[in-house]
Design a protein around this ligand. Structure first.
Ligand SMILES: [Zn+2]
Length: 437
């Protein structure tokens, strides 16, 4: 079947940090066949070339690429909103007690359902998902993502010290369970495996070495973990690893490369930034989490000047929700608060961080991230209720850039009127597919 989407569309096929402009088209025609964008242009011209295509008229509202979340924790969906603590206290009191409950696979199945619903409702079609310490829970996460057809990369979270005993494993067991999960799920549909030590605070050299083995045995897998989030955490990691830098604790096991996405990096040294750039690794910037935990103000300018790839992540559940629009706005706030050290961000920068930069970080830039010919049709349709401030703002916007600024300032998950993955619509307003059990 051929569908011709008629819509106002905005995307960022080229990097605004390298000077590219927002791409905006008011009456755009996008031809989608078998999930792939086959043609795009002025609607009248595209229509003339595809007279038999079924037209889907989405002119009310704005179509954007599906949002990409490069750091989001599946087991933490039910503890979002635990405010008032720094990182290590929040882990002890909020996150880790909840994560231990995922030993129960029925509980994990419910959490996975809540989590995937959160992604879909927020218009997040691609995500690098921090998994669970329990292999059975990672299985149900993969099942849920597969059911919805989302582009999810996830894996078993591993640790062998410091955390509560039920969350610990051994290098041998971590390797065996990771390989079993990867053999079941890596490359199935839109799913991929991510080798995921929790952070080097809770991962010894032995378990990091087992991660390196799993990574080398799983071609196409990603590597993800945390780095330089909180000053007390950074100091403790330095003590545990004999004064090594946080990035080096991963790098000395060969875990930092193009396939690597490290979350936070709020407190990097210049040498660490140089290493990340040399290895072509990416950083997931999670601004609502950094703000909620008081972790610090992300040095985006230093990352970009060093040549490090940066994309955005929600870091649910320390982050305050699934909305990547909110993360984009908070990224803007953080740079404003840094004054001279900050980077002034336009709405095009925010869209880039929440779409194409994320696709690039996850090695999916050839497939998703913008709505160009040849890409998969992963898209969201912003459709605010008539009369609400976003609808009023869009009706009075002075330019496409201004309209997109209003989307980030005012847009919420309830403004998302439709979500498509590879041309399949999986949500429309309060309707979702598959229906909730
Ligand atoms: Zn995290």
């Amino acid at each position: 079947m051929t569908t011709l989407f008629r819509c106002a569309v905005m995307d960022t096929p080229d990097d605004p940090f390298a000077g590219a402009a927002l791409r905006s088209q008011q009456d755009c025609g996008i031809v989608v066949e078998q999930g792939v964008i086959r043609a795009r242009g002025e609607f009248a011209e595209v229509r003339a070339e595809h007279p038999a295509a079924e037209v889907l008229d989405l002119r009310e509202g704005i179509v954007l690429p599906g949002l990409v979340d490069t750091h989001v924790h599946f087991p933490q969906v039910r503890v979002i909103g635990g405010l008032g603590m720094p990182l290590l206290d929040w882990l002890d009191q909020c996150a880790l007690p909840e994560e231990m409950r995922l030993a129960d696979v029925d509980m994990a199945r419910g959490v996975a359902r809540d989590f995937v619903t959160g992604l879909v409702d927020a218009g997040t079609t691609t995500a690098l998902v921090f998994g669970s310490h329990f292999a059975s829970a990672v299985d149900v996460m993969f099942e849920a993502a597969d059911l919805w057809g989302l582009r999810v990369t996830t894996g078993l979270v591993t640790s062998d010290r410091i955390l509560p005993e039920p969350l610990l494993t051994t290098p041998e067991r971590a390797h065996r369970e990771s390989r079993e999960l990867a053999s079941r799920w890596h490359g199935k549909g839109r799913l991929r495996y991510a080798v995921t030590p929790r952070f080097s605070l809770s991962a010894s050299d032995a378990i990091l070495e087992s991660c390196a083995q799993t990574l080398s045995e799983t071609p196409g897998a990603l590597f993800t973990s945390h780095v330089n989030e909180n000053l007390r955490e950074v100091e403790e990691v330095g003590q545990l690893f004999g004064g090594a830098s946080y990035v080096d604790t991963y790098d000395r096991h060969g875990l930092v490369g193009r396939q690597t996405v490290l979350a936070h990096n709020v407190h990097p040294t210049d040498d660490e930034l140089a290493t990340l750039a040399a290895r072509d690794a990416s950083v997931a910037h999670c601004p609502t989490s950094n703000s909620a935990l008081g972790s610090g103000l992300f040095p985006l300018r230093r990352h970009l000047e060093a040549g490090v790839r940066v994309a955005a992540g929600s870091d649910v559940g320390a982050g305050t929700g699934f909305s990547m629009l909110k993360e984009g706005l908070q990224a803007y706030f953080v740079q404003r608060l840094l004054e001279d050290r900050g980077l002034p961000l336009t709405s095009a920068h925010l869209l880039w961080l929440c779409t194409a930069a994320g696709a690039d970080a996850l090695g999916l830039a050839g497939e998703v991230g913008d709505l160009s010919v040849g890409k998969q049709f992963d898209a969201i349709w912003l459709l605010p209720e008539p009369g609400d401030p976003l609808a009023v703002g869009l009706g009075n916007a002075k330019s496409p850039e201004d309209a997109l600024s209003k989307v980030f300032a005012l847009g919420t998950t309830s403004d998302i009127g439709g979500v498509w993955v590879a041309g399949d619509q999986i949500a429309a307003g309060r309707w979702r597919r598959p229906p909730l059990a």
